[in-house]
Design a protein. Structure first.
Length: 315
């Protein structure tokens, strides 16, 4: 929620409204949208309605939200990833990524311009350097830099850095778009499972044709196989976040066919609520709700007995 507090401060400062007035506006907006958006999202809308732009301002990393243009940020390079090559529509390109941190947090910077990538490649910009980014744009909280952007070394000395590394055992509060996370939390809400259908041979998604039969593009008419998607809300004490779980993760918790059975499905959901789990996954933006969610890649129940034994062993 720190991000939200900063946004409210900025809106109050730029609009001349009091913090309380801004908060009331945000809450009214959120209520009007039936709570479907986060507080940050609602604050962003209020800012836009008040004509407040965050463009061309120096921002702290924790203030970055999606959709900003001409963003300026100063931070320290914490980690540089290998340069990747990609091919899109017969066009070959290269992209570089690094983690940038300041005293408020860290984020990923994505470089699309060959000159910028060159700075990384030949070591003119390396881990530990303080860099200045001008004219970046944001996708969620990531900074993207095209050839219109600027990347250069800064003479500013930065000591107090808050580096929430890209892959970490962390908190939901620190979760950012694109991050891989491992968190420990309690399941506080479980939704009804949804189902989709796949071809039993190639596992690709299939849809019913006009005659009600299912057809795979490769294997023709097939007997569909049901696959479940299960959403739940995890709370780790710092924040609660929606988690999406597909077949592979579901199977680790419950036989998938049980979810198709109304009684067994309800029993599983009752049992799953309140359980403590370790969750690994990737943080993604849900386009429909415009909030962050985690796509699970691993779920494990916290074995309290085992933890106690381990703790005893340390004495
Ligand atoms: Zn198939």
């Amino acid at each position: 929620m720190k991000n939200y507090e900063l946004l409210v401060d900025r809106i109050a400062k730029s609009s001349g409204l009091s913090r309380e007035e801004v908060v009331l506006k945000v809450e009214a907006k959120k209520a009007k949208l039936s709570g479907l958006i986060s507080k940050e999202g609602a604050a962003q809308i209020i800012a836009a309605e008040l004509g407040i732009s965050f463009e061309e301002e120096d921002l702290k990393i924790s203030e970055l939200i999606g959709g900003l243009r001409k963003v300026n940020v100063i931070g320290k390079v914490m980690n540089i990833f290998p340069i990747r090559e990609f091919e899109k529509n017969d066009r070959k390109g290269r992209v570089a990524n690094f983690i940038l941190a300041d005293e408020t947090g860290s984020t990923r910077v994505v470089l699309w311009d060959t000159n910028h990538i060159g700075l990384i490649e030949d070591g003119r910009i390396k881990v530990g350097d303080v860099v200045e980014i001008r004219n970046g744009s944001t996708r969620d909280s990531e900074i993207h830099l095209s050839s219109f952007g600027e990347l250069k070394k800064s003479k500013i000395v930065m000591n107090a850095i808050k580096n929430a590394p890209a892959v970490s055992e962390g908190t939901l509060e620190e979760a950012r778009q694109g991050m891989s996370v491992k968190v420990r939390g309690v399941v506080v809400q479980v939704f009804q499972p949804r189902f989709y259908f796949v071809c039993p041979t190639c596992n690709k998604k299939v849809v019913a044709s006009d005659d009600g039969k299912f057809k795979c593009a490769e294997h023709g008419k097939i007997e569909k196989k049901d696959k479940a998607i299960l959403n739940f809300v995890l709370d780790d004490g710092t924040e609660s976040m929606r988690v999406v779980m597909f077949s592979d993760q579901i199977k680790a918790l419950v036989p998938e066919e049980d979810l198709a059975d109304e009684v067994k499905s309800a029993a599983f959901r009752d049992e799953f609520i309140g359980t403590e789990i370790y969750l690994s996954g990737r943080v993604n933006r849900n386009q429909l709700f415009n909030n962050l969610e985690i796509v699970a890649s691993g779920i494990e129940r916290v074995d309290v007995e085992k933890l106690i034994t381990e703790l005893d062993g340390k004495d």
